[in-house]
Structure formats: C-alpha cells, structure tokens
Design a protein around this ligand. Structure first.
Ligand code: PBG
Length: 325
C-alpha cells in the first residue's frame, strides 16, 4: 500500500509551524503613516479610523518616538493645514513654515537617523479644491505645472530632513523631475519612494476625513482604473527607469495580484500601502464582534507580505511592532 502523503505533519505544533513558515512579519517591515495638523491644541480623533488621530506637534513627537522604540521601519508624515491656509496651488506644501515641513524638521531633530523619515509629496492636503495638483481653466489637473509645484515641495521636504519623499499624485514624469531637482541641489542621498501603481479607490474614504480634504469629484484622470493590470506594470516600469528607489502599490488588499506582479519585475524594494479604508473595514467588523481583531490584522499584513511586499505601510505599524517584539 502506498503511504498516505500527510502535509498536516508540518502543522502539528506551534513550533513546527514556526519552523516552516514561509513569510515573516517583523517590526522593520512596517511603516507608520501619521497625520499632523496645524492650529489644534489637542489631538483630534478621526472618527472613521478609530485609534488614529490628527496629531499636534507635541503628540506627534511622542507617538513617533514610541513607534520608533517599538522598532517600526519608518514613519510617513502627512500634513493637515488649517482650512483658511489652503489655496489653489497648495502654497502650504512648500512653505518652510508649512505644517508638514515644520513637522519633518522637528522629527528629524528628535530622531536623527534612528528611523527612516518619509513625507507624502502631494498637494491634495494643501489645495482648496482638494486635487493632487494644479487645476487649469477647464478644471483639469495640469501635469507639467503640477510637476513644478512637486519640485518645490520636494526640495522643501529634503531641506527639512526627510530621508524618503513619497510622490503620490500620479503625475507623469514626477519621479524623474523630482530626482533631477534633488540632485541639482545636492540632495543626492534623499530617496524617492514612488507611489508607482496607485489606483482610484473607494477605500481612501476615511483618509479624506483624516486630512480634512475638500475634494469634490474624483481623481480618475490621474489615478488608475481598478480594472487594469498592464497599466500598473507600465507605471512601475516608468518609475524604475526614472530612478525610483522603492516602488509602491496602493491600496494593498484589493490589489495583491499587482503587488505580486510588481515584486517579480522590480529590482528595487516593493512597498504596499494598507490604506485608511482597509484599516476602517477591519476595525468596524472587529468592533461589532464579527471578526477577531488582532488575528485579522496579522493575517492581512502577512497576506500583503506573502504577495511580495517587503515594506508595508499600515496604521497598525506601531501596535503590531510592539506585539511582535
Ligand atoms: C495623496 C494620498 C492619499 C492617500 C495617501 N496619499 C489620498 C488619495 O490619493 O486620494 C491615501 C491614504 C489612505 O487612504 O490611507 N496625498
């Protein structure tokens, strides 16, 4: 009689499962996105993202230090200006005293090279219309005018001490343009984490509350259509050619096939962003007692890693890093 093949043998004990696990999740793999708001005295809870807040400068410093102590791989900062400081070109984005640039300087001073400090390089938090770029007379986002604003914003963020810039607006040529400007100003060590394949997603919903976005309409003329896979590979190839140091896929959970494809084609590290709506979905189901919160969080992050992401941006980064260490 032929022996029964028994794969279950390798699942018999926790120690055995640990021995044969193919994917690992370590604190260094996780990057914590953080929001810092201008003109507030107390952290402001984001109702659609329970446990996430808009920080004051002080609370940001505390939470950043805690996350770094827990071992996260890095921090990704988003600035939330006061509503009255928003304008058509997003002047607050490159102003030296703009909220994001002040926060970068403060954290760069506090943390030095003990973590990797990243910044969202995009205008949407700073524009009164909420688009990621400059809007022309016909209401369209003008690619090349926007690139000029990204250059100015990038230089401000590099001067403020960011290690990695995260251009997230999906403008054509944004990586090459920013790279050239950084190099020309001597910021050759400042890297670019390119939001390379970024889809127009309903799962960004809670982020709009998080940054007090004023967007009317959608971003479908610059972010990608959920139906498309080849288009993502093309976007990633272009960003690699343009000099991206890390390429990112976003969102993560509805696009795990894209994460896998990108991991196979990329010779630079691949990141994936578990975005606001993914956080909210798991949080809401867990609040209702419908799923086991901690297990669902670990499973979702392990899945993103298994798909091929070496780096995962997640609002649970500090909590999970703490749990893992
Ligand atoms: C653009 C940006 C967005 C997110 C990160 N960078 C919003 C968007 O493109 O609409 C979304 C992050 C999230 O939903 O968690 N500045």
């Amino acid at each position: 009689m032929s022996p029964v093949i028994r794969p279950r043998r390798l699942r018999t004990t926790p120690a055995m499962r640990r021995l044969v696990a193919e994917t690992s999740l370590e604190p260094r793999h996780l990057v914590l996105p953080m929001f810092v708001a201008d003109g507030i005295d107390e952290p402001v809870p984001i109702s659609s993202m329970p446990g996430v807040v808009q920080h004051t400068m002080d609370s940001l410093r505390g939470a950043a230090a805690e996350a770094v102590a827990a071992g996260v791989g890095g921090l990704m900062l988003f600035g939330v200006p006061r509503a009255e400081d928003k304008d058509a070109t997003g002047s607050g984005a490159d102003a030296e005293d703009g909220i994001l640039n002040r926060a970068l300087r403060t954290l760069a001073d506090d943390l030095g090279d003990s973590t990797v400090l990243m910044a969202d390089t995009c205008l949407d938090e700073f524009t009164d219309h909420g688009h990621c770029g400059v809007v022309d007379g016909r209401g369209r986002v003008d690619n090349d005018e926007t690139l000029e604003r990204y250059v100015s914003m990038s230089l401000a963020q590099a001067r403020a001490g960011a290690h990695l810039l995260g251009p997230s607006g999906m403008m054509d040529g944004q990586v090459a343009t920013i790279r050239a400007a950084l190099d020309a100003e001597g910021f050759t060590d400042t890297g670019i984490l390119a939001y390379a394949a970024k889809y127009a997603s309903a799962f960004y919903g809670p982020f709009r509350e998080a940054v007090g976005s004023s967007l009317q309409g959608d971003r479908r003329t610059y972010q990608q259509d959920a139906a498309n896979r080849l288009e993502a590979l093309r976007e990633v190839r272009l960003d690699l050619e343009e000099g991206a140091d890390i390429v990112m896929v976003k969102p993560a959970m509805s696009y795990l096939d894209i994460v896998r494809d990108v991991a196979e084609m990329s010779d630079v590290p691949v990141a994936a962003y578990q975005i606001s709506g993914e956080y909210s979905m798991i949080s809401a189901a867990a609040e209702r007692g419908w799923i086991d919160r901690d297990a669902a969080i670990l499973e979702s992050l392990t899945g993103i890693r298994r798909a091929g992401a070496s780096i995962v941006l997640t609002y649970w980064a500090a909590e999970v890093a703490q749990r893992l260490s």
